[in-house]
Structures are given as structure tokens and as C-alpha cells.
Design a protein around this ligand. Structure first.
Ligand code: 0PR
Length: 365
């Protein structure tokens, strides 16, 4: 540390010069996060010092976390769902697998997970000492339910399905998977970190939620398509019993037990997440999601007119293509199979798509 502190002015001049080195959102096509909605920012600033890790000191903020869980539970057709706000999809997935492992009580537990799963499941299996069984995808890039059923045995504590895959934006056949899980009595976790804030607002979208009796838990990230500030994830379960399987004693806090992974937890971004939902309502979310899907379709059509074919027709706003040359300053990503991957987040508006297409057209002429 410095012996003597900096003046606020020179400190901020240094900090902001570093901020200038970050990529401008106007050119970010690779991210599943976006510029937070102004109401999320306002709520975040108002709740800056709140700590959900000691809810007895912040009962008002804690009640807003419960309201967020209630709103999302209702959106997913289980108004009485239980859950809590996590730091994002990684924590939600770790905790879901932890719950499944506790509830099953097997000596050598395994989990059955699609090939397309986010790398957070690798972390979860590592931390929790779970054997990870990887299910191949069908030709449409969705998890093969027949192969999944064959991989389940008496030591399987959890099966996972993805509603909106990270790389190709596909929804797995959650209805079929939920039926298999229900019939075999296996815990079924749905990773809707991305799709959970997209699919409910799209007409004719595949069902992935608690309306399917086999679905045990859902991960959804307001800090992705929910336009909250970072960090804001939510883990939802059917009943408090599964959450309680994670409880540890917290003798000197205002509550005597907690089931969360983190101790100290931000209220700011959690209230930010709720604020966006309350402000926009289903109607507002539908508009935003419709815009993102329209831009995704335009991007796919535009790329195809340049002879750059799509790799998939996605269920959510993730577009993938055969490899192409990408001029600076555009920031794109590449899938494990080598496809170009672009995410049409709310900051990638129609004008951004057109200017990207123009640059790609010139570069690949
Ligand atoms: N589940 C799914 C389906 C995801 O897509 C992601 C993240 C996670 C879980 C994990 O969520 P957290 O990162 O919140 O723990 N998907 C993106 C990815 O890893 C996250 C991301 C966001 C990456 C912004 C880059 C970026 O700039 O690709």
C-alpha cells in the first residue's frame, strides 16, 4: 500500500483512465451481460451498503429478495417456489448440485449433464467430488434424452438440462427430460441462466419450468437478460426442504442458520434485479426480448446473404456461424467447435447490427 494516500482527484483520474481501456459496449457482441437498465442502477445506488448475509439487520432489503424469488417463481408457474439470490449461474449451479447430492445421499454420486453445459458444471463437479457423465447432443444441438436415460443409474443424484445454451442458444428437450427424471425419481436441475429471462417472454417458446412436475430447480441470471447490475443470479427450488439440506449454523448472526454459499451478499444488485422486473413488467420484457430476437434474425439473414451460413437456428438471442474474418474493434467469441458466436443483447440494437454487418461484408467480400 501507499504510505500516504492519493488525492481523490488524482485517484479518480487514474481509475477512469483504466476504465477507458475497457471495450465500449457498442462493439461487444460476445457477452451475455449488458449495460444495466437505468432503474437497476438507481436501485443499486440506493442499496449500496445492504448485506443480505445478515438479513436481520436489513429486513426491508431481505423482503425485496423474497419478492424477487416470488416474482420469478410465479413467472415459472410455482408462486410458492423457494430460493435465494446468488452471485450468478455458477453459484446457482454449484448449489443445485450440492442440494441434489445431499438429498440423494449416495456414496459415489454421479451427475448426467449435456455436452453443451456451461463450464460452471465442471467446477461444481470438481468441488463436490461428483462424477460428471456427459450426454451427447442430437444433430439439432439439443441434449439426447434417450442417451441421458441410458446414463442414469442408481448412483445418479442429478440430471441437468439447459434452457438456452451458452454457445448455441438452444433449449434442451426439457419436457422429455423432466418426464424421464420424474419417472426415475432423479433430481432435475434446469440451467436457465440465460434463457430464463428470454423464453417466458416469447410466444411458442419451449416449456422449461415448474409447470413440468419433474423439474426440481431452476437457475436464472438477472445480470444477463434481466438487465440488472452485476452480480445477480437466482436459484429457485420447489420447497424449503431442499434448501434446508444445505443449512449450516450461524450462531452470532441475526439468523441462526443459512443455506447460501456466500456469507456476505450484496443487496444492491438484487434490488436492482427486482427493480427492472417491477418497472418493465411482462409487457416491457416482451418488448425487449422481441427486439433482441428480431435483431438476431436480421443478423442471421444478413450474414447468410454474405455467404456466411448459420451454425444453428437458436431458441434465444445467440447467433452462430461458419468462421469469418472479423475486423477490429468488434469483439466476438468462438464456440468449442470453432463457430463464430454473437449474442444480440439489448445493447446490440438494430443500428449496431447494421454497422457490424456492413463491416463484415467489407472484410469478407
Ligand atoms: N449457465 C449458462 C447457461 C451460462 O451461459 C453461464 C454464463 C453460466 C451458467 C454461468 O454464469 P455466471 O458467469 O454468471 O456465473 N455464460 C456466459 C459465458 O460464460 C457468461 C459471460 C458473460 C461470458 C459475459 C462473457 C461475458 O463477457 O460465456
Amino acid at each position: 500500500m501507499r504510505e500516504c494516500g492519493l488525492s481523490e482527484e488524482s485517484l479518480f483520474s487514474f481509475l477512469l483512465s483504466k476504465r477507458q481501456e475497457d471495450v465500449d459496449h457498442a462493439h461487444i457482441m460476445s457477452s451475455m451481460c449488458t449495460v444495466p437498465h437505468p432503474v437497476a442502477v438507481r436501485a443499486h445506488l440506493e442499496f449500496m451498503e445492504t448485506n443480505l448475509g445478515d438479513p436481520g439487520l436489513f429486513p426491508g432489503t431481505a423482503s425485496l429478495e423474497r419478492l424477487l424469488v416470488e416474482r420469478l417463481g410465479t413467472l415459472y408457474h410455482l408462486p410458492g417456489a423457494c430460493g435465494y439470490a446468488t452471485s450468478g449461474g455458477t453459484e446457482s449451479n454449484i448449489q443445485a448440485l450440492r442440494m441434489a447430492r445431499q438429498l440423494a445421499g449416495r456414496e459415489r454420486p454421479n451427475v448426467v449433464i449435456p455436452e453443451s453445459a456451461h463450464f460452471s458444471f465442471q467446477k461444481a463437479c470438481d468441488i463436490l467430488c461428483l462424477e460428471m457423465r456427459t450426454v451427447p447432443l442430437c444433430s439439432d444441438l439439443r441434449m439426447d434424452p434417450v442417451a441421458a436415460a441410458e446414463m442414469i443409474d442408481r448412483n445418479t443424484c442429478c440430471m441437468v438440462g439447459i434452457a438456452g445454451t451458452t454457445e448455441y442458444g438452444m433449449a434442451d428437450p426439457i419436457r422429455d427430460l423432466a418426464k424421464i427424471a420424474g419417472d426415475l425419481g432423479v433430481y432435475f436441475h434446469v440451467d436457465a441462466a440465460f434463457g430464463g429471462m428470454v423464453l417466458p417472454f416469447l410466444d411458442g417458446a419451449p416449456v422449461f419450468d415448474f409447470s413440468l412436475p419433474g423439474v426440481s430447480s431452476i437457475a436464472v441470471d438477472p445480470h444477463k437478460m434481466g438487465m440488472s447490475t452485476i452480480p445477480a443470479g437466482v436459484l429457485l427450488v420447489r420447497d424449503s426442504e431442499s434448501l434446508c439440506s444445505l443449512s449450516v449454523d450461524t450462531p452470532y448472526l441475526t439468523v441462526k442458520q443459512e443455506f447460501t454459499l456466500s456469507g456476505t451478499r450484496p443487496g444492491a444488485s438484487v434490488v436492482g434485479a427486482l427493480a427492472v422486473l417491477e418497472y418493465l413488467g411482462v409487457e416491457g420484457m416482451r418488448d425487449i426480448v422481441a427486439g433482441c430476437m428480431k435483431n438476431t434474425r436480421r443478423l442471421i439473414d444478413g450474414m447468410e446473404t454474405y455467404g456466411i451460413p448459420r451454425a444453428a437456428t437458436p431458441d434465444v438471442n445467440v447467433a452462430t456461424f461458419a468462421p469469418a474474418r472479423i475486423p477490429p474493434p468488434w469483439k466476438v467469441s468462438w464456440t468449442r467447435k470453432g463457430h463464430l458466436r454473437l449474442v444480440c443483447m439489448p445493447h446490440v440494437h438494430a443500428g449496431v447490427v447494421e454497422s457490424f454487418l456492413k463491416d463484415i461484408g467489407e472484410e469478407n467480400a
